[in-house]
Each structure stands twice: as structure tokens, then as C-alpha cells.
Design a protein around this ligand. Structure first.
Ligand code: 9MR
Length: 381
């Protein structure tokens, strides 16, 4: 039989491998985000209990499919694990660790020692500040209990969170850990964590680590730890960024400076704020507040296409910086899955509609998601 143009076209089309079709939706499934970067680093996500415990089934499915690491956005903080002295509640933390294991994700612990979300009782007795000895004992008991419980299951811990000052002082001056124990509270926390789980990776985690002054203060602190033989293995650069801050070159320089100390670098809380702010770029101190009536809430009805495009380009730009530094970076974690759940709906102004993540409020992938899986930004949506 003579082959017509049509039949040979059909034959060659049939010879092409067909992408699998999702039976439920009739569409081809999205490429997997973490696979797009698997040669470079893991891509992680922070989750809340509503996603882990089955109330947000679709969110859980997306998180389990697209990410290869998971962090508890809140459920491993002191206030949630040990709200009263000696009374631990591990239900939600256990569920998160199980979730990670079920989906083949590495599980990251956040966080052991922080000035925030730690109950008042930790620092007081009969209304008076406790002694250095008592606070060290409480810190040790908490770290032994928590890091001990997850020994071998949590790959790494944010041991100390946000201890460096945003002002000229070296360490955050109003931290009760510093005031009561003194500067060596950081050394002690790392040593206790290492004793509790000798195989866990131990990180120092903070925001705005790109800022040159804060970078210098952080590096001085880390050098001290290393010189004193404190078991610290990595730096967590949180990565609460904006569309136009910080410059990609500065992110690149900061990563290289931390890596030059011989430490691994993790991007631990990446999100990109698209809403107007008054100032203080990068200060993710949750105590900070700005006025709603000054900054406004411009994208209540959705993010305009041009900003979606800028967000996509910004995510890709940052991932390209991370990729160029892949020999130093083990993981890039997004601080949330979707815009419905992000903390940035309430920071630094309460009650706004922010759009900082890769999935929108209906859990649909945004242009930023497509840019990252395809490693290019399309001009049109
Ligand atoms: O995203 C977290 C939010 O849900 C909490 O209300 C808040 C207060 O504890 O903490 C947020 O996560 C913070 C993280 O633990 C440390 N770095 C800054 C993050 C954003 O505030």
C-alpha cells in the first residue's frame, strides 16, 4: 500500500513516547519539581499540621510528590512540643516525621533554641528569672528529649535560630537565652544536640544573612564556634526575600562566604514577598509590625500577570544562583506550599493577601512553579 503523507505522519506520531495521562483529570501530570534539581540539591517544603493530618488532602499529595525534604513550619517549636514543664506533646511532630518517611523525604528539625515561641515558664521560676544553671539544665533536657526521640529519623536540626542581632551588637541583646546563660548558650545548644544525636547535621539558622553587616557578625560568631570545636555543620540562610531584594550577586557572595568557613549551606525558608513594605528589607523578626493603612493590600483579587512573570523570573534567578553554588548547597526549602497558608499574609502587616509561593490559593501551580521545573520563564502565561 502506498503510504500517504497522512499515514506516515500518523506512524511517526504513534512512534513518539506518549506522556502518561492522569486518569482522574485527563491531563498529563506536572513534571516533579525536586527531580528538576535533583543533580544539584534537594527541594524541600515547610508544612503545617492541617496538611500533614489529612485535612488538606490535595496539599498533602502535592507536597509529597514535588518535594524531597520536609520541615515542620511550627510543630517542632518549643512552645508546641513542651508547653508546660516536662509535659511533651509529640503527636503533631510525630505525624510530620511519619509523613516525610512515607513520601521518601528527608526530615529537618526546626528548631531547638529560639528566643521566640518558647514558653515563659522556661525562663522563670516564681516570677523571677531562673539562674544560669537552671536554664542550662532545661535547655539540655529539652534538646536531649526532642533530638533524642528523633535520632536517626531527623537528618538535621536548626539548633539555634536567629541569635544574631539586626543592630550593631553581635548577639540579639533581648534574648533571654543570652541574658540568663551568656554568650556560650550557642555552644551549649550545639554540644547538647550532638550528644543527643551524634549523626544529625547541626545548623545555625537565621534571616537576612545576606546583609553585609549581619553577615560579618554571623561569620564572627561561626568562626568562634569552629575554633572552639563546637559541632556545627551548616548555615541555614532562611531566604525571606522580595521581588527586588536582595540582589542575586549578594546572595551569591554570601553563600560563598559561609561555605568558605567549611560549612554546608542550606536555604531553609525561601519565599518571595510581592507586597509593598515600608522598609527594613529582609528583617523577618516576627515581632516587627507595619501599618495596613500605609502599605495597602493591592492584590486581593489575584496577582496581575506582569507580577506573576516577575515572581517567576525572580524564583528562577535565585535557583540559578543556588545551582551555581551547588557544591556547597544541600537543600533549598520553600517556607510553605501555597499562598493560602503563608505567614506573609500576616507579616509585617496583618490580614493582607500575599502571593509568595509556588502554588496559588487553589493549589494550582503558578508561573513560578513552571519556571522552576522547566528552568526557563515563558513570556506568556
Ligand atoms: O511561618 C511561621 C508562622 O506560622 C508562625 O506564626 C511564626 C511564629 O512562630 O513563625 C513562622 O516561621 C518563622 C520561622 O520559625 C523562623 N524564621 C522566620 C519564620 C517566619 O516568621
Amino acid at each position: 500500500m502506498k503510504r500517504t503523507l497522512f499515514s506516515s505522519l500518523l506512524a511517526s506520531l504513534l512512534a513518539l513516547p506518549t506522556p502518561p495521562i492522569d486518569a482522574a483529570t485527563g491531563t498529563t501530570p506536572l513534571p516533579v519539581l525536586s527531580e528538576a534539581w535533583a543533580d544539584s540539591f534537594r527541594v524541600g517544603v515547610a508544612l503545617n499540621r492541617a496538611t500533614v493530618d489529612g485535612r488538606r488532602a490535595l496539599a498533602a499529595e502535592i507536597a509529597g510528590r514535588h518535594f524531597s525534604s520536609v520541615t515542620a513550619e511550627n510543630d517542632m517549636k518549643w512552645a508546641l512540643l513542651q508547653p508546660e514543664p516536662g509535659q511533651y506533646d509529640f503527636r503533631h511532630a510525630d505525624a510530620l516525621v511519619d509523613f516525610g518517611e512515607r513520601h521518601g523525604m528527608t526530615v529537618i528539625g526546626h528548631t531547638l533554641v529560639w528566643h521566640s515561641q518558647t514558653p515563659k515558664w522556661v525562663f522563670e521560676e516564681n516570677g523571677e528569672p531562673v539562674s544560669r544553671e537552671v536554664l542550662i539544665r532545661r535547655m539540655r533536657d529539652h534538646i536531649y528529649t526532642v533530638a533524642g526521640r528523633y535520632r536517626g529519623r531527623v537528618k538535621g536540626w536548626d539548633v539555634v535560630n536567629e541569635a544574631i542581632s539586626d543592630g550593631p551588637e553581635g548577639l540579639r541583646p533581648n534574648s533571654p537565652w543570652l541574658r540568663i546563660i551568656g554568650e556560650d548558650f550557642i555552644d551549649l545548644a550545639f554540644r547538647f544536640a550532638h550528644e543527643a544525636d551524634p549523626n544529625a547535621e547541626l545548623y545555625y539558622n537565621d534571616y537576612n544573612l545576606v546583609n553585609r553587616d549581619k553577615r560579618a557578625r554571623t561569620i564572627a560568631m561561626l568562626k568562634g564556634l569552629i575554633e572552639r570545636g563546637v559541632p556545627v555543620h551548616g548555615v541555614g540562610m532562611q531566604g525571606h526575600y522580595h521581588l527586588d531584594w536582595p540582589a542575586a550577586d549578594e546572595v551569591d557572595a554570601a553563600i560563598k562566604e559561609y561555605a568558605a568557613l567549611g560549612l554546608r549551606v542550606m536555604i531553609t525558608e525561601l519565599d518571595i514577598d510581592v507586597l509593598p513594605r515600608l522598609g527594613q528589607d529582609g528583617v523577618a523578626d516576627i515581632a516587627r509590625r507595619e501599618e495596613f493603612k500605609i502599605t495597602g493590600n493591592p492584590y486581593v483579587d489575584g496577582l496581575p500577570e506582569d507580577i506573576q512573570g516577575r515572581l517567576a523570573a525572580r524564583y528562577l534567578e535565585l535557583f540559578q544562583v543556588f545551582d551555581r553554588n551547588r557544591e556547597h548547597i544541600d537543600r533549598v526549602t520553600l517556607w510553605g506550599l501555597d499562598d493560602q497558608m503563608t505567614w506573609l499574609n500576616n507579616f509585617p502587616v496583618r490580614g493582607r493577601t500575599n502571593h509568595p509561593l509556588l502554588f496559588d490559593r487553589d493549589l494550582k501551580p503558578k508561573r513560578a512553579f513552571h519556571a522552576l521545573v522547566e528552568r526557563k520563564v515563558e513570556n506568556q502565561p
